[in-house]
Design a protein around this ligand. Structure first.
Ligand SMILES: NC(=O)c1ccc[n+]([C@@H]2O[C@H](COP(=O)([O-])OP(=O)(O)OC[C@H]3O[C@@H](n4cnc5c(N)ncnc54)[C@H](OP(=O)(O)O)[C@@H]3O)[C@@H](O)[C@H]2O)c1
Length: 516
């Protein structure tokens, strides 16, 4: 039976792809990302009937294998993923019929001629000219691949209603602002900005998208969304896992580049941006870029005061021993790479002047959780505040991005009884309880959007460069300075002690996510 609220559903789009029949080419098709993220997402979209028809998926990588071998390999990986155990065998079989594999070295221009023939054999005109290229390779290969695709006539600048080609570029996009600018310039030598889809899978998460709906479809929140009411904001992305087998990659990246430059700053931009003039991709990206540019740069001399870095030492989580980062495979025994970072940022706008935004992320922390906490100002020091002092809790909103996505409001209530006693209580909205609906994985939404040409949830050129400009001075200040003893934290702790001090010196404290 339809609930009364269903008569109030405001449908902004049909939630299905508007993509026409086309071809998806995955370059780097034998890698981890393809097997663990892209193919599972595509197989679920296929199962829901959300992919265009006809539609072909072509994989390309160096290792020689047949279509059947590639399908069997993918089937095995996908079947082992918990979310896929329920995927019917028939659904996988009809999905697998869309998959084919083309062996080729991406540095060899001749391989792209073979790729073009491979596509022609499997797709008909005009949809054989509508191609989404997914670069699931190492970033150093992005621009040579785009050049080779163009030289082979597979990728052409611009678009027409009949034929389009787009390129999805994985993170990391550069390793600092100059390298991101160089990569942008290299790609733009061959294709237009409208053809480049820089992915940040965080933006595909349902609750991250909900930040905009929450803020701009509810007048009550927007009224209080400013320095007038908000004391500070905390954004936490905590990971329970260590780096595991990704030590080689992590040694080059570190938490600042791997998490802050992209995911945390993207969440911050959505939380703090001004209302866009429309829901159009460019309008939203204009506001996010403006916000990123309004973040006050941290000069080298202030890095030690406003930024805390840390690295996990040996410890235990849930009773399981965890090795120190320096003992992980492919990590230097004297590595000073940060596995934890906490930052105090200020946004120089009328709305946010003097409101600190605290961002933190780390590995081997006690929980897997991403949340945004909006901490409101304390009530005036009359009545209750005068008597309760610091025991009177200030109101807070928590937007839980994962797991158990939802929104909580914390406020004070009277404890029943004849005595006058207060304590914080919580009003909680849980996505799962409210909708009990299937929540698409981030890559499902993003792949569908890229196929349909909707760039709203992808990062624009100026946006990616603006984000690097925020983290580059921090990186530069750390350069060549080994970690001090105080910068290590045991696996299973909430980071180094200095992270607590970052807030404590302003009389504030981190609110750690709670287990669900
Ligand atoms: N894995 C993740 O969860 C994840 C998450 C976020 C972002 N990313 C990004 O996604 C990209 C891919 O990551 P990954 O983890 O999938 O890497 P990976 O497991 O190392 O896979 C790399 C792929 O590139 C292919 N390749 C490398 N050199 C090639 C060449 N010269 N010619 C043809 N193919 C070549 C490899 O195939 P052959 O060995 O057969 O040649 C393999 O298929 C990276 O940019 C990464 O930063 C990955």
């Amino acid at each position: 039976m339809a609930s009364a609220d269903e008569s109030l559903v405001c449908q902004l789009d049909d939630g299905r792809t508007a993509a026409e029949p086309c071809v998806l080419v995955i370059l780097g098709a034998s890698g981890d990302l393809t097997a663990r993220k892209l193919i599972p997402a595509l197989s679920r979209l296929h199962d829901r009937g959300a992919l265009p028809a006809p539609f072909q998926i072509v994989g390309m990588a160096r290792r020689t294998k047949s279509d059947e071998a590639w399908r069997a390999e993918l089937r095995e990986t996908v079947a082992a993923l918990p979310a896929h155990s329920s995927l019917p065998a028939a659904s996988w079989d009809s999905f697998a019929a869309r998959l084919s594999y083309c062996t080729g070295d991406l540095t060899d221009p001749a391989a792209f001629g073979r790729l073009a023939s491979h596509i022609r054999e499997r797709a008909q005109m005009p949809w054989a000219r509508r191609i989404l290229f997914y670069l699931a390779t190492s970033p150093s290969q992005f621009s040579p691949i785009v050049e080779n695709l163009c030289r082979a006539g597979l990728l052409e600048r611009g678009r027409s209603p009949e034929a389009w080609q787009r390129v999805v570029v994985e993170k990391p996009f550069g390793h600092d602002r100059p390298s991101a600018a160089t990569l942008n310039a290299e790609l733009l030598r061959f294709i237009d900005e409208t053809q480049i889809f820089r992915i940040d899978h965080y933006l595909g998460k349902e609750t991250v998208q909900n930040i905009l709906m929450f803020r701009f479809s509810n007048a009550i929140f927007e009224q209080i969304w400013s320095r007038e009411s908000i004391d500070h904001v905390q954004i936490t992305v905590s990971e329970k896992a260590g780096v595991g087998p990704r030590g080689g990659y992590y040694e080059e990246a570190g938490a600042l580049r791997d998490m802050v430059q992209n995911h945390l700053l993207q969440v911050l931009a959505l939380i703090a941006m001004e209302p866009p003039v429309s829901l159009d991709a460019e309008a939203i990206r204009d506001e996010k870029t403006k916000l990123l540019r309004s973040i006050r740069r941290i000069p080298p001399a202030a890095v030690a005061r406003q930024v805390v870095r840390g690295q996990y030492a040996a410890g235990a989580i849930d009773g399981q021993a965890r090795p120190a980062y320096r003992q992980e495979p492919r990590v230097a025994p004297d590595s000073s790479v940060e596995t934890y970072v906490a930052i105090e940022l200020f946004i120089d706008t009328w709305r946010w002047a003097d409101v600190p935004f605290y961002l933190r992320t780390g590995k081997n922390l006690p929980l897997n959780a991403s949340e945004v906490r909006i901490q409101f100002r304390a009530p005036p020091r009359v009545l209750f505040a005068a008597q309760c002092g610091p025991l009177l809790d200030a109101n807070a909103f928590t937007l839980r991005l994962q797991p158990d996505e939802g929104i909580s409001l914390r406020f004070n209530g009277k404890i029943p009884g004849t005595a006058l006693r207060l304590r914080p209580v919580r009003m909680h909205f849980s996505y799962h309880t409210e909708f009990q609906a299937y929540t698409p994985e981030a890559y499902e939404r993003l792949l569908l959007d890229a196929l349909a040409g909707d760039a709203t949830l992808f990062i624009r050129r100026d946006e990616v460069e603006a984000a690097w400009a925020i983290v580059d001075p921090i990186r530069a200040a750390w350069n060549g300075i080994p970690l001090a003893d105080a910068e290590f934290y045991p696996a299973g702790a909430w980071g180094p002690r200095a992270a607590e001090e970052l807030l404590a010196r302003q009389g504030r404290a981190w609110r750690n996510p709670q287990p669900v």
